[in-house]
Design a protein around this ligand. Structure first.
Ligand SMILES: [Zn+2]
Length: 563
């Protein structure tokens, strides 16, 4: 904020000294004219043109008003009447993982176990000795017939290449026998707290590992080299620009990832703004050097922490008050970080005392409720402050908790695409009544809860058009709910765009710097091929980004791309 005021003071000085000498005001570097602008700024919701000086917006208004900022060197972009929005801010991504995914084996759209195995076999053949086959995002519910994969399915096709392919929700993975051997996982290996080694009738591991049990294998996978990480980050940056994402909030960021971002920043190659939230398990690192929430500059900030309350619905590890409808002996489990809950409470107290922001993954109703208890404890102990606690996903709410969520000013950081994805099977897992509070966008808004939208990329596609389509239609991916699954929870385009821009900016303490097309803010904007406010919502999925600007810099231009 202080910087913005200083900037204006400087600008006014320039302006008036110029006028005093009979000169005109400084010319804009960039003008986008003839646009249909939706600003997400309630003081001026729509406009035709915007002027940018340096990396900030200096004027928003009609073509004629903004044209007053034109000088001989101003680059003028004629938007041709297309829709211009603030750049999208994805409040929950795994950025380097997303970049890796772009090159990794794709198993998500396999339609049978045989196809799944064939693809893994082909990738193993082209994998050099010593490297692993990783990635995958498999989804056995899309197979005919659906079945839980085992190592026997892939062992004959993978020889001595270790394979560890993840389920799309990241809460389960399948290892082949080579990987299990390297990890030392045998029939004698116990289930770790917060995890399950899936076993056959004889007690032998099937290769499937859930939640904390995945760590057995993960810890023997060679860590990414600097070059591999750099390559993945660059892939991710290019992809973000191409889909109009100008800011991301990187959950569970590794320190190695942050090192890559700061290297790219120094080289002037960071084209997406990043707020990085490393694991709360290392909260003391940021606390001891005195970093507080949103510490850093416009392109790279730290000072947030990511915690885990529980697992996921599809893996049967989200934590519920009552058992799963289809698994009477299972009501999920708290994550290993929550074992015991008092340890998480201590960590949160310390993090809050240090001024760090806490973002907690919570999916099941009791998982969410337990985190609200902890947040409430912290607030009671330390007193009121602008701390912007977040719950990531907030997927299955208990009816009693909406009120409290709002009263505690907790931000619901949600991913609408998960609603149309998990919506395929939620009722089978939870029954109709509990399912009605799945990704309950409307109920949250009714309780004055702030929404911050994102994708959890690579769990869901990074493309905001898929997310907007999901929030508007709630049409599940299996095509079974064309008019919307719990349609009373649908949002409007304006509400969705706001949650995805201003909402996410608020969730990272940056609402005065970005999130709307407003004079003084960073010039992060996206020009779309269609007017998503007026077309049939089904067509939003096919809407493309024409141009993406970050700080007034054109970072993606569809017209110059070779397809
Ligand atoms: Zn995530």
């Amino acid at each position: 904020m202080k910087r913005t005021i200083l900037y204006f003071a400087l600008l006014l000085t320039l302006l008036f000294s110029g006028l005093g000498q009979g000169q005109s005001k400084p010319a804009a570097d960039l003008i986008i004219a003839n646009a249909k602008i939706w600003t997400v700024d309630k003081s001026l919701p729509t406009a035709q043109a915007v002027a940018v000086l340096g990396e900030r917006i200096v004027a928003v208004g009609s073509n004629a008003e903004v044209d007053a900022w034109r000088g001989p060197k101003t680059l003028v972009v004629d938007a041709g009447g297309k829709l211009l929005l603030p750049g999208f801010n994805d409040a929950h991504v795994h950025f380097v993982g997303g970049g890796r995914q772009l090159d990794a084996i794709q198993l998500n759209d396999a339609t049978s176990a045989a196809e799944f195995a064939r693809r893994i076999g082909a990738r193993a053949k082209s994998t050099p000795q010593g490297e692993w086959v990783l990635g995958g995002r498999w989804d056995e519910t899309k197979w005919t017939p659906p079945m839980m994969p085992t190592k026997e399915l892939i062992d004959p096709l993978t020889q001595d290449i270790p394979v560890f392919v993840s389920r799309y929700d990241g809460h389960m993975a399948l290892a082949n026998s080579v990987a299990l051997r390297l990890a030392g996982v045998t029939a004698k290996t116990p289930d770790p707290p917060g995890g399950t080694v899936v076993r056959d009738a004889q007690g032998n591991p099937t290769g499937a590992l859930k939640d904390a049990a995945m760590e057995y294998v993960r810890k023997v996978i060679p860590t990414l080299s600097h070059e591999q990480r750099l390559k993945a980050a660059k892939r991710a940056l290019a992809h973000a620009a191409s889909v109009g994402v100008t800011s991301v909030q990187n959950m569970s960021a590794g320190y190695g990832d942050i090192a890559i971002y700061s290297e790219l920043l120094q080289r002037g190659e960071l084209t997406t703004r990043i707020y990085a939230a490393p694991s709360i398990m290392h909260a003391e690192d940021q606390a001891k050097i005195g970093v507080r929430h949103a510490f850093g500059g416009p392109y790279l900030r730290i000072g947030a922490l990511k915690a885990f309350a529980d697992g996921s619905l599809g893996s049967g590890t989200a934590y519920f008050f009552e058992p799963f409808t289809n698994q009477p002996n299972n009501r999920g489990l708290l994550s290993d970080e929550m074992n015991p809950v008092s340890a998480m409470r201590d960590r949160m107290m310390a993090a809050d005392a240090a001024g760090l922001q806490i973002c907690t993954h919570a999916i099941g109703d009791e998982g969410i409720s337990t985190i609200l208890d902890l947040y409430s404890d912290v607030i009671k102990t330390h007193g009121d402050a602008d701390r912007r606690f977040r719950i990531e996903h907030a997927q299955h709410m208990a009816a009693k908790d909406f009120e409290r969520f709002g009263q505690l000013h907790v931000i619901a950081s949600m991913q609408p695409y998960h609603a149309i994805d998990d919506g395929r099977f939620v009722e089978r897992y939870l029954g109709h009544e509990r399912a009605s509070r799945t990704y309950a966008f409307r109920t949250f808004l009714d309780h004055h809860v702030r929404l911050a939208f994102g994708t959890d990329w690579p769990v869901a596609p990074l493309d905001p058009m898929q997310t907007i389509y999901a929030a508007l239609t709630r049409a599940t991916l299996d095509g079974k709910n064309p008019d919307g699954w719990f349609p009373e929870q649908k949002l409007t385009v304006a509400e969705t765009v706001e949650a995805y821009t201003m909402g996410s900016a608020y969730a990272e303490f940056q609402e005065t710097e970005k999130g709307s097309i407003t004079p003084g803010k960073l010039a992060d904007m996206v020009l779309l091929s269609e007017d998503i406010f007026s077309i049939d919502p089904v067509r939003i999925q096919d809407t493309k980004v024409l141009k993406t600007f970050v700080g007034g810099r054109l970072v993606y231009d569809a017209s110059t791309m070779v397809h």
